[in-house]
Design a protein around this ligand. Sequence first.
Ligand code: HEM
Length: 231
Amino acid sequence: MIEVLLQLQDEDPKYYTDQLIKSFVLNLLTAGTDTSTATIEWGFSLLLNHKHVLDKARDEIDTHVGTNRVVDESDMANLPYLLCIVSETLRMYPAGPLLVPHESSDDCVVGGYHVPRGTMLIVNQWAIHHDPNLWTDPEKFNPERFEGLEGKTRDGFRFMPFGFGRRSCPGEGLAMRLVGLTLGLLIQCFDWERVGEEMVDMSEGPGLTMPKAQPLVAKCRPRPVAGSIFT
Ligand code: HEM
């Protein structure tokens, strides 16, 4: 991407200044790193607290990928349950809980409220994702609820972990592949356990990407397939 930006700079140096390129790359790095890692950490914490889901995901990977090679990006389409886990994680712990502030480009009416043009609008997608009028048992981790919608990142306006419209997340495709593949590799290559009897602490900490209050700590043992990474 930097190469492309530098080529564009050759063509139009006045617009593509060093400063513009730097802020563009920094924006992508900051918007893309914490969000993806937080989602992976939440997802894995949920799996450790719901062993039957972890076992079902591992069975799916063993059945469709086997134990002689590790899962790769092209396997994602054959791992619908894993994609349901990613969606359910993004529903319960969206890394952009308030999206980013938007501004109304015209006068409009939302939910009966008149919103004048130029108003800053903040969408509380966390509340929508947890609304009992829209979801059955919203506090329950239930990846099966996404069966039939595997890997879809929108469901009307009730599920929108990457936002909506022209300013929605441009890293959505990359993020879905990255989170799915990382969780898939961790599930396939290691047997996992919580460090003790207690459940993993699921408290939310402060911060724009809604990180965990307590970092995840877990025990793992490599499975034989992990050896194929080094051969
Ligand atoms: C699980 C991971 C991710 C989640 C949950 C996420 C979520 C979001 C959300 C909710 C927004 C605001 C959309 C709106 O207000 O309508 C956003 C914006 C953005 N995201 Fe992501 N994102 C993720 C990963 C990434 C990655 C990997 C990249 C880039 C490599 C990225 C780059 C951006 C950028 C540049 C914006 C601002 C777009 C704009 O203002 O036009 N994100 N993201």
